[in-house]
Design a protein around this ligand. Structure first.
Ligand code: DAH
Length: 341
């Protein structure tokens, strides 16, 4: 029996030291020490021993059990440590691998032009306002002296939300004039850039969505000379010294007198070319002295105060500023185009 135990001991310790997982270790524990295990099988033969032999054999069996358990335990620790090591290895992050390059974009050329435009006007004491693109006809038309029946109110030109034509996508940034007059203290000097919407087909110079920058000055003693001086200074700041401009008479319901301002074509220097459609000039904005009725409708005394206003096409200014030939390039967002700025 002693020899059997000796044999069991050797086999067990050898098997344990060769175990390669917690599961196989547990299987060995069951095999050798379990209720139906090998040690139990040996101990069942205790009955054959004499009463004197039994205690010594029992003690031997206990020692053997303890030794095997100890071995299993220390092997389990070894396997656990090895498993942890393997997992750490697997999950290790190699901090020396070069990272994926993050491609940083940059501002769209039109918004670069807008930044320059804002800078110039802020430098002249203007405040920049933001306003809603979904607008009331009251602000877009009525309070700008464009009465019912005015051609610009037509359904063929304007995106309305309701059948009564009271709520719309603003067709111009001019409603910001009314919003400024209603909320700001006099004197007022503001610009208000933003998107506007009209039912136009897309071509080289048209889009159903485009951008305007509205501007307005109201103070005592403001004249058309201030309008011309300010806008000429602005154009020279944006396009460079010596930029040639001209003012032509025009009509807008909210200004009297009204004008349009042209900048000499940068492509041909005024001779006439495809970019300026043979004109030599590019129209960049509408402007005028604010109609007294518009001032009065927003509660400003037109005897005491006068003002001027303008609305310019941001895309057109950006196109001239960065020598872009087709409006569609501005909206298509082809990175090969955008990367050039
Ligand atoms: N809102 C006009 C347009 O979209 C542009 C304009 C003209 C704005 C004269 C003004 C202005 O403020 O005084 O064509």
């Amino acid at each position: 029996m002693k020899a059997l135990m000796q044999e069991l001991r050797e086999n067990a310790l050898k098997a344990i030291s060769g175990a390669d997982s917690a599961d196989s270790l547990e299987a060995l524990r069951v095999k050798y020490l379990g209720k139906k295990g090998e040690l139990t099988a040996i101990l069942k033969q205790m009955g054959k021993l004499s009463a004197e032999e039994r205690p010594a054999m029992g003690q031997l069996a206990n020692q053997l059990r303890a030794e095997i358990e100890k071995n299993i335990e220390s092997m389990r620790k070894k396997l656990d440590a090895a498993a942890l090591e393997a997992r750490l290895e697997l999950e290790a992050v190699d901090v020396t691998i070069p990272g994926d390059e993050v491609k940083l974009g940059h501002k769209h050329p039109m918004y670069k032009a807008l930044d320059e435009i804002k800078d110039i006007f802020v430098g002249m004491g203007f405040t920049v306002l933001d306003g809603p693109e979904v607008e009331l006809a009251t602000y877009n038309f009525d309070k700008l002296n464009a009465e019912e029946g005015h051609p610009s109110r037509d359904w063929s030109d304007t995106f309305y939300f309701d059948k009564d034509s009271r709520v719309m996508l603003r067709s111009q940034t001019s409603p910001m004039q009314v919003r400024a007059m209603e909320t700001m203290e006099l004197p007022i000097r503001i610009i208000a850039p933003g998107r506007v919407y009209r039912k136009d087909e897309v071509d080289a110079t048209h889009s159903p969505m485009f951008h305007q920058v509205e501007g307005m000055v109201i103070d005592k003693g403001v004249t058309m000379a201030d309008l011309k001086g300010t806008l000429n200074t602005f154009m020279e700041e944006l396009f460079g010294e010596g930029t040639v401009t001209r003012f032509r008479p025009h009509h807008f319901p909210f200004t009297e007198p009204s004008c349009e301002m042209d900048v000499q074509c940068h492509k041909c220097g005024g001779k006439g070319c495809p970019t300026c459609k043979g004109e030599g000039w590019i129209e960049v904005l509408g402007a005028g002295m604010i109609h007294p009725r518009v001032l009065e409708m927003s509660g400003i005394d037109s005897e005491e105060y006068t003002g001027w206003a303008f609305g310019m096409g941001l895309e057109r200014l950006a196109m001239r500023r960065f020598k872009i030939s087709d409006l569609r390039l501005i909206f298509e967002n082809d990175v090969r185009f955008l990367e050039q700025f």
